[in-house]
Design a protein around this ligand. Structure first.
Ligand code: DAT
Ligand code: MG
Length: 195
């Protein structure tokens, strides 16, 4: 009787796991996802098309995309590891769009070796040091105030990618269930288009 109970519980667990990952067609170890942000300078300069074209050389697929008005809370959470840097305040203003436009295009790219493939096309952090054939090398600039207007963000490693994707996207905004999910009952007010 006891064994049967244990099996049932195990089965239930397995079913739950299956449900959570069933939408992911790839199982290879090197398949990854990464967060890309087209920053406010990229948008105001109408570089979206160029940047997407550059990124298409990676053969990765876009599994999530949205335009975001970045709040201070989101900006500070995203760049939390730079909190102690002297450029932090300027960086927060920049990503919130105070110098350009209050919009960021957030994208999730998925596929083989996604993190490094995207970083390679994106180029080095400092646009002046970035290879001139990369996105940052082509389109970035360093302002007199010392802000790196480097056009795009790309996750640095697997841990950061997961943290960032979970910060910017809700599970239902991605076409694949990339990470385990849980359901919670909420009582929040939602908006719909008026009939
Ligand atoms: P990356 O965006 O290449 O991952 P990062 O995570 O070290 O680089 O820094 C995040 C952003 O902060 C970067 O895109 C631009 C800005 N930044 C980093 N170092 C800087 C510096 N020394 N001066 C000005 N801005 C800087
Ligand atoms: Mg980084």
């Amino acid at each position: 009787m006891r064994k049967k109970h244990a099996e049932t519980k195990q089965e239930a667990n397995n079913n739950k796991m299956e449900q959570k990952t069933s939408a992911l067609p790839e199982t290879k170890m090197t398949v990854q996802q990464t967060l890309v942000l087209i920053k406010p300078d990229g948008l105001i300069k109408s570089l979206t098309g160029n940047i997407l074209t550059e990124l298409s050389s990676t053969d990765l697929i876009i599994v999530g995309a949205k335009i975001v008005q970045v709040t201070r809370e989101l900006a500070e959470e995203h760049y939390q590891y730079l909190r102690e840097e002297n450029f932090f305040d300027e960086l927060i203003k920049y990503i919130m769009g105070e110098f350009h436009t209050k919009r960021v295009l957030a994208l999730v790219y998925h596929g083989e070796n996604a993190i490094d493939s995207v970083r390679k096309v994106v180029g080095a952090t400092d646009p002046e040091k970035a290879d001139p054939t990369t996105i940052r090398g082509k389109y970035g600039r360093v302002t007199r105030a010392g802000v790196f207007e480097n056009v795009v963000h790309a996750s640095e490693n697997k841990k950061e990618a997961e943290r960032e994707i979970k910060l910017w996207f809700r599970p239902e905004e991605l076409v694949y269930t990339l990470y385990p999910t849980e359901s919670k009952k909420t009582t929040k007010v939602e908006f719909f288009w008026k009939e």
